[in-house]
Design a protein around this ligand. Structure first.
Ligand code: F6P
Length: 351
């Protein structure tokens, strides 16, 4: 292990030292890696515990000592690192949230924070860091990789907005939670002949809104990827449905496309139909993970350990063409994905 005298004024030199230390790992065979650490970062997602469990168990079975970092990158630079055993992850598979806890670290988004994090990994003798989170968390991991710390990323976010993968852990559970809530809202909207406007999460992406809208038979789905003519699509859509005899209406708005409160007011003003807004909010982030999230989490965790055993570092574990695979972290962060106009157009054929 390096004996580092940490000096805020000498960050480049420190980064070089750390890089030199980690460089040796690439030349070693798989026995070169002895200690790995895992953290969860960004917004929590159902299935994060199942992912940690998979990394811990597959890691220990491969002969590694596995450490957990609490509070994401924020805990990392503060040295919140301790060893986890196979038994420590018992009964976590079915639990929502993340027992390692998570945070959005301002410090870690600066070069000083990244070097501080690398220094802590070096102090604890950690050879590889596994990061569970979204693109923001992967940028943190990529910054560590750039100064020589081997990393592996596993996508965990309810938003499904990580471009390099078709699927992110937590997405399925969040959509099912939203769908069940909207089914309940439909009952009361129907009794009162109202329009229920429901705001779902997704940050700048509309994946939750699109799928939940299809699954709940929404009149309109508003997403940030596609601009919508409010009068022609929303107002006309609701009035057409009413004129065909419909007595209640569901409108789904992705948080990146507007607010339920604003859309409900505009619908009521334009149509005279009573409209009520509901923001599903953090409800969508909780709960026991679905079968899909548990299995994806488990398989992705195992794949992460496979990468380490095969000396393939700085990889993102992804789902492509329905298969769990991995790709280079720099490459993955350059990718983009979006929802096409055709996808949203198809939903209109169902109303
Ligand atoms: O990224 C997950 C997510 O739940 C987004 O859908 C949402 O915009 C954001 O996190 C909310 O963040 P916070 O938990 O900080 O309120």
């Amino acid at each position: 292990m390096l004996d580092i005298r940490y000096d805020e004024n000498n960050l480049p030199e420190l980064a070089n030292l750390i890089a030199k230390n980690y460089d040796q790992i690439d030349e070693n065979d798989k026995t070169g890696v002895k200690r790995i650490a895992v953290l969860t970062s960004g917004g929590d997602a159902p299935g994060m515990n199942a992912t940690i469990r998979a990394v811990v168990r597959a890691g220990i079975n491969a002969g590694f000592d596995v450490f957990g970092v609490t509070r994401g990158f924020h805990g990392l630079w503060k040295g919140e690192i301790s060893q986890i055993s196979t038994r420590d992850v018992s009964e976590t598979l079915q639990r929502g949230g993340t027992f390692l806890m998570t945070a959005r670290s301002k410090t870690f988004s600066t070069p000083v924070g990244v070097v501080k994090g690398a220094r802590m990994l070096d102090i604890y003798g950690i050879d590889v860091l596994v990061v569970i989170g979204g693109d923001g968390s992967f940028k943190g991991a990529r910054d560590l990789a750039r100064i020589g710390v081997p990393v592996i990323g596993i996508p965990g976010t309810i938003d499904n907005d990580v471009a390099s993968t078709e699927y992110t852990i937590g997405f399925d559970t969040a959509m099912n939670t939203a769908m069940e809530a909207i089914d309940k809202l439909r009952d009361t909207a129907s009794s009162h002949e109202r329009c229920s406007v429901i705001e779902v999460m997704g940050r700048r992406a509309g994946y939750i809104a699109l799928n939940v809208g299809i699954a709940t038979g929404a009149e309109c789905i508003l997403i940030p990827e596609i601009s919508t003519d409010f009068d022609k699509i929303v107002v006309r859509g609701i009035l057409d449905s009413r004129n065909k005899g419909k007595r209640h209406y569901i409108v789904i708005v992705a948080e990146g496309a507007g607010t339920a409160t604003d859309i409900a007011k505009r619908i009521e003003d334009a149509t005279g139909i009573e409209a009520r807004p509901t923001i599903l909010g953090h409800l969508q982030r909780g709960g026991s993970p679905s079968l899909r999230d548990r299995t994806t989490a488990s398989l992705m965790g195992v794949r992460a350990i496979d990468c380490i055993l095969e000396n393939r570092f700085n990889r993102l574990i992804v789902q492509r063409d329905d298969k769990i695979t991995d790709l280079d972290i720099e490459e993955g962060l350059k990718m983009t994905k979006s929802i096409s106009a055709e996808e949203i157009a198809q939903t209109k054929r169902l109303s």
